[in-house]
Design a protein around this ligand. Sequence first.
Ligand code: DNO
Length: 376
Amino acid sequence: MKMILRWFPYGDDSVTLQQIRQTPGISGVATCFPNIPVGEVWQPDMLAALKEELNGAGLEMEVIESYNVHEDIKKGLPSRDRYIENYIESIRNMAGAGVKCICYNFMPALDWARSDMARELPDGSRALSYRHSEVLAKTPQAIVDSTLGKSEGFSLPGWEPERLRTIAEDIEFYKGMDEETYWEHLRYFLAAVIPEAERCGVRMGIHPDDPPWPIYGLPKIICDARNIRRFLALHDSPANGLTLCTGSLGSNTGNDIPAIAAEFAGRIPFAHIRNVKHLAERDFDESAHLSACGDLDMFAIVRALHAGGFDGYVRPDHGRMIWGEKARPGYGLYDRAIGANYLLGLWEAVDKTSGAGGNASGAGAADKTSGAGAQE
Ligand code: DNO
């Protein structure tokens, strides 16, 4: 297990690499090029330069999030083959730069959606939140505008302005597509991409739909255990995996997240671990990571991953804005640093009491595993 933080290059982040490096137990970052239009190839020289910057700061660049899938691929248009070729070329280039895991999603038109980017919680902190009726009461364009308007000047992953320009047409387009056709488009993509990823030693981790239920008539497919099972079987390869986003899947109160972690642990290259607090079935706030602050049992999730032999990357997910911090919504330093160390603490406790001897690695963790079982 390696603990990492998400970080955005080219001055597009309020958090510095030194701050990340000084956060105990963090071995590297999950990063991306939000400035490159979706569908273009990520060239070796950009990847090499970014890797050098990160390594120079004492951090690894083994995870890319998000390398987005062009809408034409999701729509199944004839032009998809050209975009798939570009996708594969980028995977090769990433592997050449030492990338081992790529997080992507196959959500139509919209990436994640929230009704409020900075809802004030009772303790005065601010968090992303979702109220189903508020989302449905607004047009998709109004959601896009209010989301982008609350970005504190930073790019928002999955909400690239050039992609969102066609949001209304895209949503119209998908209205005519049934879920089975959408599954077929995903299968087509995997059939082309996964063998190449496998050859390159890269593990792909699809991000679940967020929220994991249909909005605006868009097909949502990566949203529960049954569909994750179907997805993994579409292309049965260790390179075809799931990004376990506990907050996305956990927004659906019917999902048993520790059970999902247990069942799929070996096919999870990357885990985004965060908590959610429901106010109603489809209304939730993103809470602090601690189990006591939300509805998810973080200990049970970490224990299930550990027991399943999880050997991927973990990052704390969206933090709240606390202590007066101003940052990209969900991606400030303080709450994520607290979350990361809470999760590292859980992992250490599970590891030392499991008798398994530990499979932790990552900065600051590598030296702690020896003799773990001996203390029982
Ligand atoms: C939101 C993130 C998502 C995620 C992408 C992966 O903060 O969890 O944008 O990175 O869906 O492609």
